[in-house]
Unconditional design. Structure first.
Length: 335
């Protein structure tokens, strides 16, 4: 994002030099590593003192789910922003290089790892001999795991084809499978829970992946007039996505934590503690989004909104990591 402001506004002003490409790369790698450490190191601190036992491989499963969620957000966001860009008059035809094939590959590996856990009875396999691939076809969780594996495989093939827009269908299948997986049939009103998760995951993927690709597009467009227009159009839609993500997240949490027990469970259960951390991060993300929106509307240079927007992307990366950890922890109340 070093080229989003017109050069004429920075020449000879005495401003500090912007970070080099190497510096930005190192910063991104550090953030990725920190985000990866959240699910890997998170289970033990979250479970400490709660009396809840840590299931085998919780850290690894949380990491795989984090990768899966991130791999889902990237292509969904690209499709979303490309559609917004096509609606802008005078938008440059250039687009940043798609990360969808790489995201599909990462998602395929993560889904395959999660499927191997399901194939061993939700236990971490010690060797390939422990994995009962045929058994996946005989259980609901196994079929959903295979659907996610095949969905990412199909999305990768579509992303590298002449019609990358077709990947929306396998990606939608992955979202549906994940929503159904999160709410087993033994749960109270599983279809309601799956519906909430479906909306939550869809809106979150559009928001996270869309912001990332919007910022990459602005860097590609550089000084194009359509740049601020694209960011403004995304910001208006993102406000709705934020509201939908928050509403469905709150409703899903209340289904597992009835109002009378929320305060205790937020501090006495691993699920509640990680949920509280996610809420705090979401408040920070919302503040950054508001800051970016104010800059976009009031600043002399609307593209200064990219500064808080980049910070918002980094914060959203941590939210994705915390979400991955949340799915691997024991639910405090089972219906």
């Amino acid at each position: 994002m070093t080229l989003t402001r017109p050069p004429s506004r920075t020449t000879g002003t005495g401003r500090h030099a912007r970070p080099t490409g190497t510096g930005r790369t190192v910063a991104v790698l550090v953030l990725v590593v920190l985000a990866a450490l959240i699910p890997v190191l998170g289970p033990s601190p979250a479970l400490h003192g709660t009396g809840e036992a840590e299931a085998p491989g919780t850290g690894g499963i949380a990491l795989l789910r984090t990768v899966l969620f991130a791999a889902l957000s990237v292509p969904v966001g690209e499709l979303f922003v490309n559609r917004l860009a096509r609606s802008l008059p005078g938008a440059p035809p250039q687009r940043p290089r798609s990360w969808a094939p790489y995201a599909a590959a990462a998602g395929f590996v993560a889904a395959l790892g999660l499927a191997s856990v399901v194939a061993t009875g939700n236990l971490v396999p010690d060797s390939a001999a422990d994995i009962d691939v045929g058994g996946l076809y005989s259980t609901r969780d196994g079929k959903l795991a295979l659907l996610e594996v095949n969905g990412f495989l199909a999305a990768g093939l579509c992303a590298t084809s002449r019609r990358p827009g077709l990947q929306v269908w396998p990606l939608a299948a992955v979202i549906v499978a994940e929503a159904l997986r999160a709410h087993p049939t033994t749960e109270y009103s599983p279809l309601l829970g799956s519906g909430l998760t479906l909306v939550h995951l869809t809106c979150a993927s559009l928001w996270v992946g869309g912001l990332l690709y919007a910022l990459r597009t602005l860097r590609t467009w550089r000084e194009a007039v359509a740049g601020p227009a694209l960011l403004g159009l995304y910001a208006r839609v993102a406000a709705v996505l934020l509201a939908a993500t928050t509403a469905t997240g709150v409703c899903s949490s209340l289904r597992r934590m009835p109002p009378g027990t929320i305060v205790d469970q937020l501090t006495d259960t691993a699920y509640g503690r990680v949920l509280l951390a996610k809420v705090i991060l979401m408040v920070a993300v919302a503040a950054l989004a508001l800051w970016a929106r104010i800059r976009l509307g009031r600043a002399a240079d609307p593209l200064t909104a990219c500064v808080p927007a980049r910070a918002e992307v980094a914060a959203l990366g941590f939210v994705v990591a915390v979400s991955g950890l949340l799915t691997a922890l024991p639910v405090p109340i089972r219906w």
